[in-house]
Design a protein around this ligand. Structure first.
Ligand SMILES: *[C@@H]1O[C@H](CO)[C@@H](O)[C@H](O)[C@H]1NC(C)=O
Ligand SMILES: *[C@@H]1O[C@H](CO)[C@@H](O)[C@H](O)[C@H]1NC(C)=O
Ligand SMILES: *[C@@H]1O[C@H](CO)[C@@H](O)[C@H](O)[C@H]1NC(C)=O
Ligand SMILES: *[C@@H]1O[C@H](CO)[C@@H](O)[C@H](O)[C@H]1NC(C)=O
Ligand SMILES: *[C@@H]1O[C@H](CO)[C@@H](O)[C@H](O)[C@H]1NC(C)=O
Ligand SMILES: *[C@@H]1O[C@H](CO)[C@@H](O)[C@H](O)[C@H]1NC(C)=O
Ligand SMILES: *[C@@H]1O[C@H](CO)[C@@H](O)[C@H](O)[C@H]1NC(C)=O
Ligand SMILES: *[C@@H]1O[C@H](CO)[C@@H](O)[C@H](O)[C@H]1NC(C)=O
Ligand SMILES: *[C@@H]1O[C@H](CO)[C@@H](O)[C@H](O)[C@H]1NC(C)=O
Ligand SMILES: *[C@@H]1O[C@H](CO)[C@@H](O)[C@H](O)[C@H]1NC(C)=O
Ligand SMILES: *[C@@H]1O[C@H](CO)[C@@H](O)[C@H](O)[C@H]1NC(C)=O
Ligand SMILES: CC(=O)N[C@H]1CO[C@H](CO)[C@@H](O)[C@@H]1O
Length: 682
């Protein structure tokens, strides 16, 4: 009964058919073998790489390649149909084209069809369909029955391991046929990345930096794998493309911290940060490293020297990306092909970039995620968060990623052990701090008031104006009551000691040895502080004392300001603005001098600290939420443009998942929306 079940030597099949319909395909064009050994190729105006070094699957057999070895595009189709007809293939190809940006019909140069059905049949109509694409070779899995046609040889492959569906490059030699994963290269036209990277598939968890520059663009190229590869993968983050701030170690890639001097003295990472490995284990796909303010500083755009400052797609294209996780927030606002970006927040570095790019981004509760192999700033103030455009996807990622086995130890945070309830024990009050609000731009305050009204209605919350500064200053312990002292004293020590010990001192010492006593070339944001750092003032003992002082403040906060009750994880949610109050802030310094623009990180006149400083002191969870946009007249495009309006929502430490549940409910109610990429968020 079975017709051609045997592994047959392949004769050039389906080619040179006089009867073929005109080819719809643009031909495959190999460009070069990269230094990694992988292959750069083009089809039409799209550029790809194929991981020929470490194929996904190799099948041995007896083949007849054109020369001793040849490469060609191939589409893998896995179905459960018992009769594979024209309609079956047509609908699968349509679904590939619909849901994936990497696959094109050009990959139909050859196909491999497998079916999970018993004794599947390759219907002649399917061969006609494939011939309409001028398919050159058809491969099927074992067990397929098909009629031999005069026009087309169908070759059976004995594959132990069927590759996931989607586009591949096949490399055929006399003895084997390899299926190699392909990555579409996107130009990072906003120059938010340092470099693209992809998983080496070497069985060792290594990554390969994309060693290519296409002269037709100035931009780094970012490789993204086909989304189809992950269709059969049920892990929570399967196939999600993630950009990583270049202070997390990823095996096989350089960690620079935004400093060429640091990169010069540090070897390629021989391991991956556990926080990033967890994303990979959950199915996430790392696509590259993005730009950051050097050593996670708060440097203004015009103070960047080593790297060229990234671009923000919003408004006139000349808006700031803010500091430290700047490339992350701006890339999420820029590219539909990117799903998430991971950043860190010590003083504002997730929350403010999210605000100026009009995307979601958080500083989670202190201690929520392991930070080993992440270049530190303040050991007990560093946190890591994720940028996203979509509130549901943001919630999904955060809940999958943050998990008790990755919590930091109390010895590290200096705080009580974390608990992370996942309940609907929502706050009862919305706190509106009068020194931080209203928003500076009155048009933006209208957007905020509507948001507050909608949120309080949805959850039955009351809105309460209060004076944050006065409330803290009312504390009976003078140490706890002094906000200036808290932020410049213990937080100042925490934010400098760890970086000095683990980054600054080794860099300065090594550089001096290498270059005859010279100080390393670093940006001005860090140079004076590192230069005058006094080790006999900021000691290990001082650091421990600072942790205790911080913990005292946190304990006071969690009893007096944001506390738990039987009904609420955090009795209140506090709102404030970490952005610019709805005014534009620019990458070009002088543009910020106008009253219709703003610098970042302005301490409001009657406050003692910036709003950004609250959670680094009190360990609380602080989430930036895009809520709208307002117009401004641009002195760059001389045209009306839109600037995003965001608000920050703060809850007691450990109430992250309760806040995420609130965010999900607000998305259900249409109060929160997915933001768009590009010039406008809404
Ligand atoms: C690339 O080619 C496709 C198909 O020919 C075309 O639709 C598209 O506009 C081209 N894109 C660019 C950037 O040239
Ligand atoms: C085949 O796959 C389709 C789509 O995934 C599914 O709806 C259908 O139930 C499957 N049929 C069988 C027989 O497994
Ligand atoms: C095979 O080729 C013949 C003539 O060359 C043509 O009539 C026939 O339609 C072709 N069959 C298929 C399935 O394309
Ligand atoms: C994995 O790493 C080890 C040592 O780091 C190396 O010897 C080995 O060749 C690597 N394996 C692969 C498949 O690259
Ligand atoms: C908040 O309280 C502080 C301390 O009492 C006071 O100096 C400040 O003016 C108040 N701010 C507002 C807006 O009421
Ligand atoms: C300060 O504390 C007193 C006594 O507990 C209280 O009556 C007052 O309302 C508090 N003021 C503020 C601004 O919290
Ligand atoms: C200010 O901070 C220093 C150092 O942390 C501490 O010794 C001092 O007691 C603080 N003063 C007040 C008024 O809190
Ligand atoms: C708070 O601390 C600062 C800095 O240590 C100090 O200058 C100031 O006097 C203190 N204020 C009060 C009210 O103690
Ligand atoms: C460093 O601090 C110590 C202790 O406060 C002080 O004695 C020393 O003069 C300082 N060194 C410098 C270079 O300022
Ligand atoms: C643009 O420039 C004009 C004239 O200098 C100034 O009045 C206006 O505020 C500026 N607009 C912005 C958004 O900075
Ligand atoms: C509002 O903006 C103006 C002009 O930049 C600035 O002087 C003022 O401090 C801002 N107010 C607040 C509360 O940020
Ligand atoms: C999404 C949503 O509920 N929006 C409402 C918010 O409140 C204003 C009035 O304050 C309504 O007009 C919106 O429809």
């Amino acid at each position: 009964m079975p017709v051609a079940k045997k592994l047959l030597p392949l004769l050039a099949s389906c080619i040179a058919l006089g009867s073929c319909a005109p080819a719809k395909r643009t031909p495959y064009a190999p460009i070069q073998t990269l230094s990694s050994g992988d292959l750069l190729f083009k089809m039409g105006n799209l550029s790809y790489i194929a991981n020929v070094q470490n194929p996904k699957t190799v099948v041995s057999g007896s083949f007849t390649p054109g020369t001793t070895s040849s490469n060609f595009p191939i589409t893998v189709i896995n179905t459960n149909a018992s009769v594979v007809t024209n309609e079956v293939l047509q609908s699968i190809v349509a679904s590939y084209l619909d849901a994936d940006d990497v696959f094109t019909e050009d990959f139909l140069e050859s196909v491999f069809i497998s079916s999970t059905a018993a004794d599947p049949i390759l219907d002649p109509t399917s061969i006609s369909y494939l011939q309409s694409y001028a398919v050159s070779q058809i491969f099927v899995s074992e067990g397929f029955q098909h009629v031999e046609t005069a026009n087309c040889t169908v070759t059976t492959l004995a594959l132990a391991d069927t590759p996931p569906p989607g586009p591949y490059v096949a490399t055929m030699s006399l003895e084997s046929l390899a299926f190699e994963m392909v990555y579409l290269l996107y130009a990072d036209s906003y120059r938010d990345f340092l470099f693209g990277a992809y998983e080496a598939n070497d069985g060792n968890g290594s990554f390969t930096a994309l060693p290519t520059f296409l002269p037709e663009f100035w931009d780094p190229m970012i490789p993204v794998p086909s989304r189809i590869y992950s269709w059969t993968d049920d892990r929570p983050l399967a196939g999600e493309r993630v950009a990583i701030k270049d202070l997390f170690d990823i095996k096989g890639l350089q960690t620079s911290g935004g400093s060429q001097a640091w990169a010069h003295i540090t070897p390629i990472a021989d391991g991956t940060a556990p926080s990033i490995q967890r994303i990979i284990d959950l199915g996430g796909v790392i696509v590259g490293k993005y730009k950051l303010a050097q050593f996670a500083s708060g440097a203004n755009p015009w103070d960047w020297q080593d790297e060229h400052y990234p671009f923000n797609p919003r408004g006139d294209g000349w808006l700031t990306c803010s500091a430290s996780s700047s490339g992350g927030g701006c890339s999420i606002a820029a590219y539909d092909w990117l799903d998430y970006a991971i950043g860190s927040d010590t003083g504002s570095s997730m929350r403010r970039p999210a605000a100026v790019a009009g995307v979601y981004g958080q500083r989670p509760s202190q201690g929520l995620m392991n930070l080993e192999r992440v270049m530190p700033l303040g050991g007990a103030t560093d946190t890591t968060g994720v940028f996203s455009r979509d509130p549901y996807k943001w919630v999904k990622f955060s809940k999958a990623w943050y998990t008790p086995s990755y919590f930091q130890s109390p010895a590290l945070t200096g705080l009580s052990p974390l608990s992370l309830p996942d309940t609907n024990a929502f706050p009862k009050r919305i706190l509106y701090p009068v020194e931080y609000l209203p928003l500076n731009n009155s048009a933006a305050e209208v957007v905020l008031q509507e948001f507050i009204a909608n949120m309080s209605t949805l959850f039955g919350m009351t809105v309460e104006k209060f004076n944050f500064t006065a409330t803290v200053q009312n504390a009976s312990d003078p140490q706890v009551a002094n906000l200036t002292n808290l932020s410049s004293g213990p937080i100042g020590i925490i934010d400098s000691y760890t970086q000095w010990e683990e980054v600054a001192k080794p860099l300065i010492t090594t550089w001096a040895k290498l270059y005859d006593g010279r100080f390393p070339p670093i940006d001005p944001a860090r140079r004076p502080g590192w230069r005058r750092y006094n080790e006999s003032q900021t000691t290990a003992e001082a650091y421990q004392k600072a942790l205790q002082e911080k913990n005292l403040a946190v304990e006071w906060y969690e009893q007096n300001l944001q506390f738990s009750t039987g009904e609420s994880c955090s009795e209140s949610v506090m709102l404030y603005d970490i952005g610019t109050g709805g005014l534009p802030s620019f990458r070009e310094e002088s543009l910020n001098e106008s009253p219709a623009a703003s610098y970042l990180a302005v301490t409001p006149p009657t406050a003692k600290i910036t709003g950004a400083n609250i959670c680094p002191i009190y360990g609380c969870a602080d989430y930036t939420i895009p809520i709208g946009q307002v117009p401004y007249f641009s002195n760059v495009t001389f045209h009306e443009e839109m600037v995003p309006v965001t608000i920050n929502m703060v809850v007691k430490r450990g109430c992250d998942f309760v806040l995420l549940n609130m965010i999900e409910k607000m998305a259900d109610a249409g109060i929160l929306k997915t933001v768009k990429t590009g010039r406008t968020a809404f």
